[in-house]
Structure formats: structure tokens, C-alpha cells
Ligand binder design. Structure first.
Ligand SMILES: [Zn+2]
Length: 105
């Protein structure tokens, strides 16, 4: 499946945001006082746990081809989203849009 320019551009923006976030947290970790380091580790561990559980318990249905799929931990972490919708690309037909999340059966 060819990757469209829009997908490439969005991936770049998400990648840049992730790099900036990691760089900011890295700087805070390196130069910040002890309580900030411990706080960052605790927050990152809790965030990872919450995102991992969400990625395992949630599935998405493509509005175009009705393909049902799960997303990886990193997609769940980095993909733009609202409380009940996430910006995804269908692995089956390539449709890109906001997919409604639902509990996994
Ligand atoms: Zn689809």
C-alpha cells in the first residue's frame, strides 16, 4: 500500500512532537532536582501502564470496510485522539480518519 503525502506529513509531525517531548523530559531529568526525576519516572511508569492496558482492551472498526483491529502500544500512545476517538489508518483499506474506540470482545 503506498503511503500518501498526508500520512507522511502527519507521521513527521507526530514524530517531531514525540522527539520534542522526549527531549524536554530528558532535559528536566538531567538538570532537575531529585524530586523531579523521581516524579518523572513515576509518571512515565503509570502512563505506560495505563496506555498498555488501554491498547490491549480497545479495538477499532473501520467505517469504510468494517475491518476490526487493535493498535500497538506506541500507536495508542502517540496517535492524536479524543476520549472516544483516535486518528488512525485502516490496515486493510488504508482509510484514514477518526475511528471510534470500543471495548474488546
Ligand atoms: Zn478499512
Amino acid at each position: 500500500m503506498p503511503i500518501s503525502w498526508t500520512q507522511t506529513k502527519r507521521s513527521s509531525i507526530v514524530g517531531l512532537a514525540a522527539v520534542l517531548l522526549i527531549a524536554t523530559l530528558g532535559c528536566a531529568f538531567l538538570v532537575g532536582p531529585q524530586f523531579i526525576r523521581i516524579g518523572l519516572i513515576v509518571v512515565l511508569l503509570l502512563l505506560s501502564l495505563v496506555v498498555y492496558r488501554h491498547s490491549r482492551r480497545t479495538e477499532y472498526e473501520c467505517p469504510q470496510c468494517h475491518n476490526i483491529f487493535q493498535v500497538s502500544f506506541f500507536t495508542d500512545l502517540l496517535s492524536p485522539h479524543f476520549p472516544d476517538r483516535k486518528l488512525l489508518t485502516c490496515r486493510s483499506c488504508g482509510h484514514t480518519g477518526f475511528f471510534h474506540a470500543r471495548a474488546r470482545h
